[in-house]
Design a protein around this ligand. Structure first.
Ligand code: GUN
Ligand code: ZN
Length: 431
């Protein structure tokens, strides 16, 4: 049975980072027709009602219908230690992250956090995520099992660390990382809406042998994405230099081991050398901007303007729990603030695109998710643009959709998420 969802509709017909805000299309009284888990039509409510009189109608009133948010870099195992105080990257990892990740050796603990994580994700309107797990295969099983139950399009991989820079109890080996990753990949990659991602945590916690083994695994499975961290903090970069004295730069530690390619996802990418920028652009790898994390851990200011102008492929992400929020609204606000500090005001259309189509494009899935268009998978959110008194009083003054949307971008959270559809199925609070 087809469902016709009525509301304000926001969709993209181009890339506002390149074409400006007119790449977005707003239907003040629009509709989305959903059937068989996919979007069949998007347009004026009146036209679609007339063309599809038998469809079941869900009227969301003045709520904004958009593609669900796509979070291109997260650590679901860090759910329980998000917002841990006072450390910078390396101390933060050692003090908070690694002790929490050790708990995922217990499959019951992993399953409990996976369930909690997906509850939070959907409450915040995020309908797709690409997550790190821990070194434990159990953590990957827990993530994919939960994502599959809920029908999400999701990406994840076993985080690999074999160097003595990682604590004992949180280390694999080059061989076991290869073997476990391969087994998990064969078990989960392409099952329903799930994809396996080859996941060396970052160069400082892997030996060159492990990076090579994972590079070989990627070469054997080129349909997989590969995710890792790159140039997040300056002391991390100095550390990489001391551990890999032969490397030309941080990116070279990945490049020389077969871990630079078009399906590469490089989290943070703040303090890049010109050679690194050039190579990332040449191979068309994805840079994942994690602005709440970058301010929270004190990492630095991502060069959105310069990198976007250079034609880099850029996604947006929470990086929970280095990031301080599960919300892609809050993440858009932080992206706006970080860009402002570099003298570039991102337009609401650009921010919204980054949180939906941009992240989907970074994950090479923009033909399936991240937009409201015929043929796309029906992952949809209905957003309340007056979800708090502070937002409502500002939005009431708005003269166009962007002025109406921007207060929700800057001040909104899970209270703004009215309804969520995953693959055409409504999963949260009815409209
Ligand atoms: N670099 C290596 N591991 C991590 C992590 O878990 N979070 C962040 N923000 N950076 C990292
Ligand atoms: Zn991360």
């Amino acid at each position: 049975m087809a469902e016709l969802i009525l509301g304000q509709v926001l969709r993209f017909e181009g890339n506002p980072m390149e074409d400006g805000p007119s790449a977005a299309r707003h239907f003040p009284r629009g509709a989305v027709l959903v059937e068989g888990g996919h979007i069949r039509a998007v347009g004026e409510a009146e036209d679609l009602r007339r063309a599809h009189p038998a469809a079941e109608v869900t009227d969301c009133g003045s709520r904004l219908l958009s593609a669900g948010f796509v979070d291109a870099h997260a650590h679901y195992p860090q759910t329980a230690m998000i917002a841990s105080w006072g450390k910078r990257l390396i101390d933060w990892l050692n003090s908070y992250t690694f002790p929490e990740e050790m708990r995922f050796a217990d499959p019951a603990y992993a399953a409990g956090i996976a369930e909690r994580y997906f509850d939070l994700l959907l409450a915040h309107g995020t309908t797709s995520v690409c997550s790190y797990c821990t070194i434990h295969p159990e953590s990957v099983e827990a993530f994919f099992a939960e994502a599959r139950t809920r029908g999400l399009r999701a990406w994840a991989g076993k985080t690999c660390m074999d160097r003595d820079t990682a604590p004992q109890g949180l280390r694999d080996t080059a061989q076991s990382a290869y073997d476990d990753s391969r087994r998990l990949l064969e078990r989960w990659h392409g099952v329903d809406r799930l994809s396996y991602v080859i996941t060396p945590r970052f160069a400082p916690t892997s030996t060159p042998e492990q990076l090579s083994a994972l590079g070989a695994l990627w070469a054997e499975n080129p349909s997989c994405l590969m995710q890792t961290h790159l140039s997040e903090q300056t002391d991390e970069i100095a550390w990489v230099k001391s551990l890999y004295p032969e490397a030309r730069d941080y990116l070279d530690t990945y490049e020389t081991h077969g871990l630079l390619g078009p399906g590469g996802l490089f989290g943070h990418a703040i303090h890049l050398e010109p050679r690194e920028r050039d190579r990332l652009r040449e191979v068309d790898a994805s840079l994942i901007h994690c602005p709440t994390s970058n301010t929270f851990i004190g990492s630095g200011l991502f060069d959105m303007d310069g990198l976007a102008r250079a034609g880099q492929r850029i996604g947006l992400a929470t990086d929970t729990g280095g990031g301080s929020s599960f919300s892609m609204l809050r993440t858009m606000a932080a992206a706006y603030e970080v860009a402002q500090l570099r003298h570039r005001a991102l337009h609401p259309a650009e921010l919204w695109w980054l949180a939906t189509q941009g992240s989907a494009r970074a994950l090479r899935a923009d033909d399936r998710i991240g937009n409201l268009a015929p043929g796309m998978e029906a992952d949809i959110v209905a957003i309340d643009l007056s979800s708090t008194p502070a937002i409502a009083q500002r939005a009431a003054q708005a003269e166009d959709i962007w002025e109406a949307l921007f207060p929700t971008i800057m001040m909104g959270d899970d209270r703004a998420i009215a309804t969520v559809w995953i693959g055409g199925r409504r999963v949260a609070r009815p409209a």
